[in-house]
Design a protein around this ligand. Sequence first.
Ligand code: SAM
Length: 229
Amino acid sequence: MSDVLHECPPGQGEDPVPPPSRSALDAEAVKLAYRRWAGVYDTVFGGISGVGRKRAVEAVNALPGTKVLEVGVGTGLALPCYTQSKKITGIDLSGDMLARARERVQKENLTNVEALLEMDAEETSFADASFDIAVAMFVASVVPHPRKLLRELKRVVRPGGHILFVNHFLAPNGVRGVVERGMARASRSLGWHPDFAMESLLPPDDLARARIQPVPPLGLFTLVTLDRT
Ligand SMILES: C[S@@+](CC[C@H](N)C(=O)[O-])C[C@H]1O[C@@H](n2cnc3c(N)ncnc32)[C@H](O)[C@@H]1O
């Protein structure tokens, strides 16, 4: 695995991504990191990220449409929070995380979870416009190529549908920004990028039209909603 930064090549109808200040997490690094995290993920991350996850699922529940794609579903912490009318397909790169999600679905009898599939969110096997809504919770800063993820979600969500992200984004300045840039050296073992900038995910046009809502506590996380035009 290379430590060279992976980014979508510019010049494919998109604005170039600003020079990233982060080390790459390719698919194998993601799988390895989440193999280590799977057993303790809910205890270590479940609490701190709980409000962001709750906000995102509340937003999904309030939107029209029933077919929901949750990418990077992980251990399935969000799955019990969807209303029964939403039919959920969850995908994740990590078989270890998915195994926990499958246990949860069985234990809690979550009958509206239609499928949990091992699949790369940047390159899925779904047909165009398969879903009304796609949601990615704490995933955008983990995937190797965030803009490729966005393009894929635009492809699989129908026009008029919605794409939601909840994530931690780099604080542009101040003490938090300095700390986050420092923490970025540990991206590989953390399994996410503490120095992930919103511009790495959203090209300027999308950035301008997205609904951006800080999530408590302390605005550490942000909910981003994009209408699929
Ligand atoms: C920080 S966890 C978030 C899990 C869950 N969404 C939550 O809210 O707890 C990130 C998840 O994204 C998954 N992931 C990373 N890259 C992926 C990719 N390219 N395709 C699908 N899943 C991916 C990881 O395996 C991991 O389960």
